[in-house]
Design a protein around this ligand. Sequence first.
Ligand code: SF4
Ligand code: SF4
Length: 351
Amino acid sequence: MATKSLKATGNELAQNNRQLEILNGGIFADGELPYFKDKIDQIGQFPLRPKKLEILQINVGYMCNQVCEHCHVDAGPDRKEIMTRETMQQCLEVIKNTGAHTLDLTGGAPEMNPDFRWFVEEAAKAGIKDFIVRSNLTIIRANKKYHDLPDFFKKHNVHVISSMPHWTRGKTDKQRGDGVFDKSIKALQELNERGYGMPDSDLRLDLVYNPSGAYLPGDQAAMEKDFKKALKEDFGIQFHNLFAITNLPIARFLDYLIASENYEDYMYALVEAYNPVAVTNVMCRNTISVSWDGWLYDCDFNQMLDLKVASKIKHIKDYNEDILNDRNIIISQHCYGCTAGAGSSCQGTVA
Ligand code: SF4
Ligand code: SF4
């Protein structure tokens, strides 16, 4: 299990250009597999265009208490990119005026940003309909100063979405690190005690599943049933929905695919599972992603490849929703991860 990010170890995949070279070259450049652009052109979806903006996703920093094997952010304790209060202020101006109904805070572990609580308190005042915080759960148990997070989340009626790769200790710890399962279970129980995840509760608690290896997720509804049964029977835990997410071939998952000699097979599997219906609902069509330093992207994946929006508005300080909505979305071969099978987005399947 890695203890450092690709960036800290000087791995060449920490460079966005190197990742893009891989995604645009090899089996795609020599014509074995079609470029994503050509595939969506066949259904009249190229260039890919936004629909109405619904979700503002803000990444408040790449620091994390974990170093998960599949992480598309290449997050870890050694990452120092953290959103400043000044950039948060610029985000708050946008949050107050946006037409988006969902605010989605992500990271790294967003709670590790020293201004996280201030930002949540201020953002909650804007009264956005659905205010999501993506919490990795273990952060709640990582240090005493985080133990009251379940109460803090409840106070601000935050919708908690958390990763939980499996209902067994072995599979979870293999992907996310030793001890992650036990801490996650404890954190989920604490959230349940506050009312999170209970059948009739407004305190939303959803879990995210992503595969541990070079394969696509199974059926979301069937998995949700299995997760619910196992977590309830074994630990008395309840939650609302399970989102099944496909691992995209970038950052640490790309490193894993290459190191395990699965890269080509995985790309074949993604292309084979291409579902044109999913293209209509890929999340970049209703989302804007903001990086820790205020740059704007079509999605969190493009952010990690530093593919900024193709618009004259590129930074949160200049934000203009109408101008931004009139742009072409930047795509590459990693996009096949969003259109495989039932599709994949930060909120699960899309088709
Ligand atoms: S997957 Fe999530 S919890 Fe794991 S290292 Fe990345 S940001 Fe942290
Ligand atoms: S990776 Fe991003 S840009 Fe590509 S289809 Fe998915 S959401 Fe859209």
